[in-house]
Ligand binder design. Structure first.
Ligand SMILES: C[S@@+](CC[C@H](N)C(=O)[O-])C[C@H]1O[C@@H](n2cnc3c(N)ncnc32)[C@H](O)[C@@H]1O
Length: 219
């Protein structure tokens, strides 16, 4: 994929995807491709019509998916972009302590336009209850470096459960680094997602500080 960045996108992109020793285009590509190795087969098989991208940042993940779908001749899904750029510090437990400088919807709109996505809506989750606006919206819910990363899985599991329909697949890029909770597979299967039918965790995608968890439909 050929990524397009303007100067004002760089500030956010550089913060959201760390590892500044290599250019952001290369970082975006390597990270996106590594994640895709973990979930690409599944999402191509599902051919979702509606994808909810939580903690979407500028929209890197959705832009990558749209590009891959185009290559595979699969109709572009409708994306729901979910993030916030104006959250009070009163929600540290929800990961937003720093979002005022971490994301910008205006810049996200520009990023999506320049990187080929027009079929989307967005939800600003400034308040915890705003998450209810996502209920039932996705055939796939995806969150890379977001839920399970900025937000501990235990804190967002109820939201995920409510948001997902019986047949929704959830794909998470969860941390695999020392100073963040490194969820053990058993913990993910038995404690957190015990009410879901399938949990596929890809330990081999331990690259770029994440690994991929794919959670199937509810039991
Ligand atoms: C590391 S960036 C990842 C952005 C994007 N998913 C990517 O991988 O390129 C984390 C994003 O999570 C957002 N964020 C933090 N807490 C959140 C929450 N509780 N709900 C939704 N988004 C959140 C931040 O505003 C930021 O845009």
């Amino acid at each position: 994929m050929r990524w397009i960045f303007t100067a004002r996108m760089l500030k956010f992109a550089n913060m959201q995807v760390t590892g500044a020793s290599i250019p952001i285009e290369e970082r975006y590509e390597k990270l996106s491709a590594a994640e895709w190795d973990g979930y690409g087969d599944k999402i191509l098989e599902l051919k979702p019509k509606k994808i909810v991208d939580i903690a979407c940042g500028l929209g890197r993940v959705s832009a990558y998916i749209a590009d891959q779908f185009k290559r595979a001749d699969i109709p572009e899904p409708r994306f729901t972009m979910c993030d916030s750029d104006n959250s009070p510090a009163a929600r540290p437990e929800y990961g937003f302590k720093t979002s005022q400088f971490y994301n910008s919807f205006v810049v996200m709109f520009e990023f999506l336009r320049k990187n080929g996505i027009s079929n989307y809506e967005y939800v600003d989750v400034e308040r915890p209850q705003d998450y209810e606006l996502l209920d039932g919206r996705g055939d796939v819910i995806i969150s890379m470096l977001g839920l399970g990363f900025h937000v501990p899985l235990a804190d967002c599991i109820d939201d995920l459960y409510r948001m997902a329909r019986e047949d929704t697949t959830i794909i998470l890029g969860i941390p695999s680094i020392e100073d963040m909770p490194d969820w053990e597979e058993e913990q993910i299967r038995e404690d957190l997602f015990s009410a879901w039918e399938v949990v596929d965790i890809k330990p081999e995608i331990r690259t770029h500080q994440t690994r991929i968890a794919i959670i199937g439909g509810k039991i």
